[in-house]
Ligand binder design. Structure first.
Ligand SMILES: Nc1ncnc2c1ncn2[C@@H]1O[C@H](COP(=O)(O)OP(=O)(O)OP(=O)(O)O)[C@@H](O)[C@H]1O
Length: 745
């Protein structure tokens, strides 16, 4: 949080206090509730039992959730610590926390977190039930890669066997599908037995998988899957702990319920088992994570799974203009498998949705840039403009154009902020002070250089293996050995030990600045003249400071480290005046005044990886999510040319799906291109799994085939979706798929 924001919070609390003093509590309640429409009001005040809100995009779900929290606290008198509010991302959790802060004027905002983040809270309190220490490590991708490095070196594997990113995916798949009970190995096996299992493995995947489990257990590290599995396991095995959490969580609210997966659903079911107060909000049209296990049926069948469910529908949209909503409604209406609902506009405007077809991608980028310049001339800030796309690779031409036309922009992604070398190093120093774990040790013991190179590390590794201790313990025990003569090992130990003793009495930001200074890390960056890295460290310090302000007294270093391990790049916001570029997935749950959705081409959006009918519907939902982010204006564009694989680029079917009367064509594709596109879509649809071609003819009908000419249907092979046809010009009959167009003769 910036200083300005902190100040505005304080002012807000003072003002609430004053109003309460002058006008009394009912005035505050009226203020709280008068910001809501009828349906929102119903959602906010229906506190008991199982409530499902099916809400359209921009209909104020987030507003309803935050006001409901405030109503429970301010009106009913529930303590914030007895409410759990689950959001989809950390960014959304932060946003919700701020909003609730504003509404309840209380520092304690209870549990507002993602499922993973909430599991960290469970385990911080109860990991003893699985013999894990309270200070377990939450692992992120870089930690996993460091572990893979150790395994690869130990077992002679190379990236040719498997890249780290494929290995990570494989581990996740093994945990979810192949060995769903893997966590029992972590919990019940001794470290030695786990190591034996790893050493006995011969298959590459098994070596990596068991090597990883061994490494995880060795440092008491838990990845995202483990956090959920461990929590569920504890609840299953330990009735007392389960009851404690169930009793504590008097009210549970879950946002973005359309994207919940099986294990999150199981956890939620356990948690609401005592008070039975569960409030869920979701939009079936915004399910975009099926590929990661999300299942829309949990939302649709909620009323069958729980007793006396009250369902509230919210369709009044406060975000977008009527024109934008007509485009969104008309697009999503083309999905067959959906609960029909239209978004109703509450805003007024005359701006049309513009569509531009470029002959080349340069032309498309030029048009976008020119539109941005026009908006900017009308006093619209760059930061109110966002360019969305399906996949990162389309941004190259766009970036070149923005640079050329001197339009400032920032991309939400690339290397993730918390994965940048200097940020990871700084966090490793903090972790070293707190946990003294091997991963952090290996990362920073020789950064900056302390003359502890390969030979000395091998020496330490041998000591660790022989004495079953950590690297840090090994270094401390061997520091007087002649091999460490001429190194800065002693200074390193004094530094870490000194900070370990004092960090609990200091603020995290103080510890961070001090360790970066005294370790010589910042000095190292200064001497190499790396300003960008220094700027990133400054940004990290600001992030730590924001965390301290929003968490109050709870802000301890171990909490911060757990919090930060759950972060992704989309959680870092850049508030400077720049156009934002991001993928549609990253834009989920956000809104922007002016939106450009570019590269709307077949093979890009919908993605060429789409291989099923359901997948195609998910792509359409994704396009719907993209368009429904726009508040005041929406610009759609695409361009002709060739794809990477040499295939022709056609305009996306999603443009054709939209009722053309809702689009204003700035430059329209030629009629022939539109005809070709329709033809392409027609044919490519038939290759999607789940495509059911209809049987349109009966036995005996005379038909004409494009190539074989006239013929007569002899029989219908329903099980194979095909006809047996005797063609006049061919002697023997042929089996012809329903997929192929055949005309009646
Ligand atoms: N009752 C209301 N009156 C006026 N404005 C409202 C009302 N409810 C919500 N809004 C405004 O509408 C916009 C959308 O609200 P919100 O972000 O809560 O929607 P959402 O349902 O969470 O959206 P999505 O699912 O598309 O991410 C916000 O700018 C919000 O301030």
């Amino acid at each position: 949080m910036t200083f300005d924001r902190a100040l505005s919070f304080c002012c807000h609390f003072v003002i609430i206090g004053l109003i309460e003093h002058i006008y009394g509590r009912n005035f505050i309640l009226d203020q709280l509730l008068c910001q809501l429409n009828q349906k929102q009001l119903e959602a906010v005040t229906s506190t008991e039992g199982f409530i499902r809100v099916i809400a359209g995009a921009g209909s104020g779900k987030t507003r309803a959730l935050s006001h409901r929290f405030a109503f429970l606290v301010n009106e009913i008198g529930i303590l914030p610590g007895n409410i759990l509010c689950v959001t989809f991302t950390n960014k959304a959790a932060n946003e919700m926390r701020h909003r609730i802060h504003n509404l309840i004027a209380d520092n304690d905002t209870g549990y507002i977190n993602t499922f993973h983040g909430f599991c960290v809270s469970i385990l911080q309190e109860d990991s003893h039930a699985v013999q894990y220490p309270k200070n377990f490590l939450v692992l992120d991708n870089q930690d996993i890669d460091s572990m893979l490095k150790i395994i690869y070196e130990e077992r002679g594997l190379t990236l040719r066997h498997k890249t780290f990113s494929k290995a990570r995916d494989m581990i996740e798949m093994y945990k979810l599908e192949r060995y769903p009970n893997y966590y029992l190995d972590l919990i019940t096996m001794s470290l030695d037995t786990l190591r034996q299992k790893y050493l006995r493995a011969t298959d590459v995947n098994d070596i990596i998988f068991y090597g990883y489990l061994y490494q995880e257990k060795k440092c008491f590290g838990l990845d995202y899957n483990d956090l959920l599995k461990f929590s569920l396991y504890i609840f299953e095995k330990n009735k007392e702990i389960r009851l404690k959490w169930q009793k504590r969580l008097e009210y549970i609210m879950i946002d973005e319920f359309q994207d919940i997966d099986k294990i999150q659903y199981q956890l939620m079911k356990v948690l609401c088992g005592y008070h039975k107060n569960l409030f869920i909000v979701g939009d079936p049209d915004q399910t975009i994570y099926s590929w990661r296990g999300a299942d829309i049926n949990y939302l649709l069948n909620f009323d069958k799974a729980f007793p006396d469910v009250k369902t509230i529908m919210m369709n009044e949209n406060y975000r977008s203009t009527p024109q934008i909503l007509s485009v969104c409604n008309s697009l999503i209406d083309k999905n067959k498998n959906r609960m029909k609902k239209d978004l109703l506009p509450m805003c007024h405007s005359k701006n049309s949705v513009l569509y531009y077809h470029g002959d080349t991608s340069e032309e498309e980028s030029d048009w976008i840039a020119d539109q941005i310049i026009k908006l900017h001339k009308k006093d619209i800030s760059y930061k109110d403009i966002t360019i969305l796309y399906r996949a990162h690779y389309v941004t190259r031409t766009l970036e070149e154009t923005l640079l050329k036309k001197k339009i400032p922009y920032s991309i939400y992604s690339g290397i993730q902020f918390f994965e940048r070398m200097e940020v990871k190093d700084a966090l490793s120093y903090l972790r070293m002070i707190t946990y003294k774990d091997d991963l952090s040790f290996l990362r920073i013991v020789n950064v900056p250089k302390r003359n502890i190179g390969k030979k000395r590390m091998e020496f330490l590794q041998a000591y660790v293996n022989a004495h079953h201790c950590s690297f840090y313990e090994a270094l401390k025990e061997c520091v007087e050995d002649p091999i460490f003569k001429g190194t800065d090992a002693k200074d390193f130990i004094s530094l870490i030990d000194a900070f370990s003793v004092t960090y609990e009495q200091r603020t995290i930001s103080e510890v961070l600045s001090d360790i970066l200074d005294r370790s010589g890390y910042e000095e190292m960056l200064r001497t190499t003249g790396n300003q960008e890295r220094l700027d990133n460290l400054a940004e990290l310090k600001q992030a730590v400071y924001d965390y301290e302000i929003s968490c109050g007294e709870e802000a301890l270093l171990p909490d911060y480290l757990d919090h930060v391990a759950l972060f992704t790049n989309s959680d870092v916001t850049d508030d400077s005046d720049k156009v934002k570029l991001m993928t549609v997935h990253a834009a989920k749950g956000l809104e922007f005044p002016h939106v450009f959705l570019c590269a709307l081409n077949e093979g890009i959006f919908p993605s060429k990886k789409t291989s099923t009918i359901e997948g195609m519907e998910e792509e359409r939902r994704l396009a719907f999510v993209a368009m429904s982010r726009a508040m005041k204006s929406l610009f759609l564009s695409e361009s002709h040319g060739k794809n990477f694989d040499g295939s022709t680029r056609y305009p996306s079917r999603f443009i054709l799906d939209i009722d053309q009367k809702f689009l204003e064509y700035v430059k329209k594709p030629e009629d022939t291109l539109i005809a070709e596109t329709k033809n392409y879509i027609h044919y490519s649809n038939r290759y999607l799994d789940g495509y059911v071609a209809e049987q349109t003819f009966q036995v005996g009908d005379k038909i004409i085939h494009n190539v074989f000419g006239q013929g007569r249907i002899k029989s219908i092979l329903s099980d194979r979706n095909a006809y047996m046809i005797k063609f006049e010009q061919i002697e023997t009959p042929r089996i012809i798929s329903f997929r192929v167009p055949i005309k009646r003769a």
